[in-house]
Design a protein around this ligand. Structure first.
Ligand code: ADP
Length: 537
């Protein structure tokens, strides 16, 4: 299901990515077109200024007031005997020859001197950069003459730079410079010459190229121009005679490239990231589902174990209770009168009471440890004394049942930090199991030793009894779980003993290990860290 979802998502993301790339390109295209229009209008303003104020200055020596944005320097070109004469028009209206320091003037002089390409028909020169406006003298009658004078207005480089960056910000957004790089280069025909960089940073691949800085007729004959020029102004007549035709492509090209290399690779990167995040999220979902299933299964198993436990405990409790009930009723109704029989009955009742109280004790203790409500009170404990106490407590019972108990305690055992009551109960549990699961060999070994290597005291309780099936090895420490040999042999028990022992040693930062073989016997060892103070010589 999740796999299917991932595949669908992958396909969708491809479609989304393609649409996104298309949309981004369209948006960039619209921005670039608007930039081109706005820039070309500014150029037209400059052209108009040269046509009106510039021509006025040449004719009447008027000052160049209120120049429009982009206006740099103004030059006057006249033709005499097939030769061009170039002069610079100052802001105050005076006209001067070009000197060697005038870079734009020198460049223009070279252009006019070199060939006839520098006539007044070109309108725009991308390399200087400049606009070229013919000076049309007022008609003295008849049709307007072809211009023999022109005005060349150069574009101010600071103005040009500022205008381009303003237009980029306006049309592509203020945060676009982080994502995209913009460059303005010479385009089309003129590109073959040198392709100088006019603005920005050149990039090896452009996502979009927009031509601008073109002479568009409608930009020059517009309402504004009609307002400023008298209807009879020769410029209008001259312009009107120019063929409308399709607008020529611009001389410059705005190149937009995405920071990631290209829009496609940026979108592909976005897609990869989205798919990866989705896969991670789906993986997380899968893990969560797995965790929920595992914990549900665990809870079910725990529930089943608790039911088993309740059934086991009830059954185990019922046996001594009904035995006590039966024995005491017989005594109470006077069925048992002989002193010998009364004594036997008393002993039986006592034994059943002991069994009952041990079970209740174990159950309560387990519930206490399992709910982590109780923590052991650690004190220095002598292992030798602890084992001796346990054996002493059980000696009568074991001797009565004919057990041979072999105790071996290594000399100079270090003390351990332990809760002596808890630990004694754990050892006693092991001894009781050794007794319970015995065979006719009736032998129990209890030993204690010290391992310097692991700095631990080991307490081992061994028997030569029925042993444990290998299949049960993993389960015997689980609460409420009983081995099949114990169940088959109908040996009473609740399955809490070993769980209790394990939790006790773990609460002492120790562990429990065992070896067992069916019909050969079992050996359980508690590993407890020796208390540090006793380790130093
Ligand atoms: P219980 O003895 O009440 O069943 P325990 O937790 O003490 O519960 O033991 C769990 C199981 O481990 C027992 O049911 C039995 O199968 C097995 N077991 C424990 N100790 C011994 C032993 N000394 N010999 C054989 N089997 C044992």
């Amino acid at each position: 299901m999740l796999l299917l979802l991932a595949v669908i998502q992958y396909r969708w993301s491809a479609e989304l990515a393609n649409n996104d790339a298309k949309l981004t390109k369209t948006r960039l295209g619209v921005g670039a077109q608007t930039l081109a229009d706005e820039f070309d209008h500014r150029v037209a303003d400059l052209y108009l200024y040269a046509q009106t104020k510039g021509a006025d200055s040449i004719e009447n020596g008027a000052a160049l007031t209120n120049p429009p944005r982009l206006f740099g320097e103004l030059y006057h070109v006249s033709r005499k005997n097939d030769e061009y004469v170039l002069r610079r028009v100052e802001r105050d209206g005076s006209v001067h020859d070009i000197d060697a320091r005038d870079q734009a003037g020198q460049a223009l002089a070279r252009r006019y001197g070199a060939s006839a390409t520098g006539n007044c028909w070109s309108h725009l020169w991308p390399d200087i950069p400049a606009i070229v406006a013919p000076v049309l003298f007022k008609p003295t009658g008849g049709a307007p003459r072809e211009p023999v004078h022109c005005l060349v207005a150069t574009l101010d480089s600071t103005d040009l730079h500022n205008l381009l960056s303003e237009l980029i910000q306006q049309n592509f957004g203020t945060d676009s410079s982080g994502r995209y790089s913009f460059a303005v280069v010479e385009s089309g025909e003129s590109r073959r010459r040198a392709m100088p960089l006019i603005y920005g940073i050149r990039s090896s691949h452009a996502d979009l190229g927009q031509a601008f800085f073109g002479f568009r007729r409608d930009n020059y004959i517009n309402e504004r121009m009609r307002e400023q020029l008298s209807p009879k102004h020769p410029f209008l007549g001259w312009m009107g005679s120019r063929s409308a035709g399709p607008p020529p492509t611009g001389l410059w090209e705005l190149q937009v490239s995405h920071g990631a290399g290209s829009i496609e690779s940026a979108v592909a990167g976005w897609r990869e990231r989205t798919v990866l995040i989705n896969i991670l999220l789906e993986g997380l979902l899968l893990v969560t589902i797995a965790v929920v299933i595992v914990s549900a299964l665990r809870m079910r198993r725990l529930g089943e174990e608790k039911v088993q436990f309740a059934a086991g405990v009830s059954h185990e409790l019922r046996t001594p209770i009904s035995a006590i009930g039966l024995l005491s009723r017989n005594m109470a109704t006077g069925l048992v009168v002989r002193p010998e029989a009364v004594k036997n009955y008393g002993a039986l009742i006592y034994e059943q009471t002991q069994r009952l109280s041990q079970m209740v004790e174990q159950t309560l203790e387990f519930a206490g440890i399992d709910s982590a409500q109780m923590t052991p009170t650690l004190k220095k404990v002598s292992v030798q004394r602890l084992i001796e106490q346990v054996i002493e407590r059980n000696r009568d019972n074991l001797t009565q049942k004919g057990f041979n108990v072999n105790v071996e305690i290594a000399p100079n055992l270090p003390t351990i930090m332990a809760d002596s009551q808890w630990l004694a109960r754990a050892v006693e549990n092991l001894v009781n199991n050794a007794e319970k699961y015995n065979s006719d060999k009736r032998w129990i070994g209890v030993s204690a030793s010290y391992s310097g290597e692991s700095a631990e005291v080991r307490i081992t309780v061994e028997d030569r009894g029925i042993g444990i099936d290998t299949a049960d090895f993993d389960r015997i420490f689980e609460p409420f779980s009983r081995g099949r040999r114990a169940v088959d042999a109908q040996i009473p028990g609740s399955g809490i003993g070993l769980a209790l022992v394990r939790r006790t040693v773990e609460a002492h930062r120790g562990s429990i290990t065992f070896v067992s073989e069916p019909n050969q016997g079992s050996s359980f060892t508690l590993h407890l860290p020796a208390s540090p103070a006793t380790l130093s010589p």
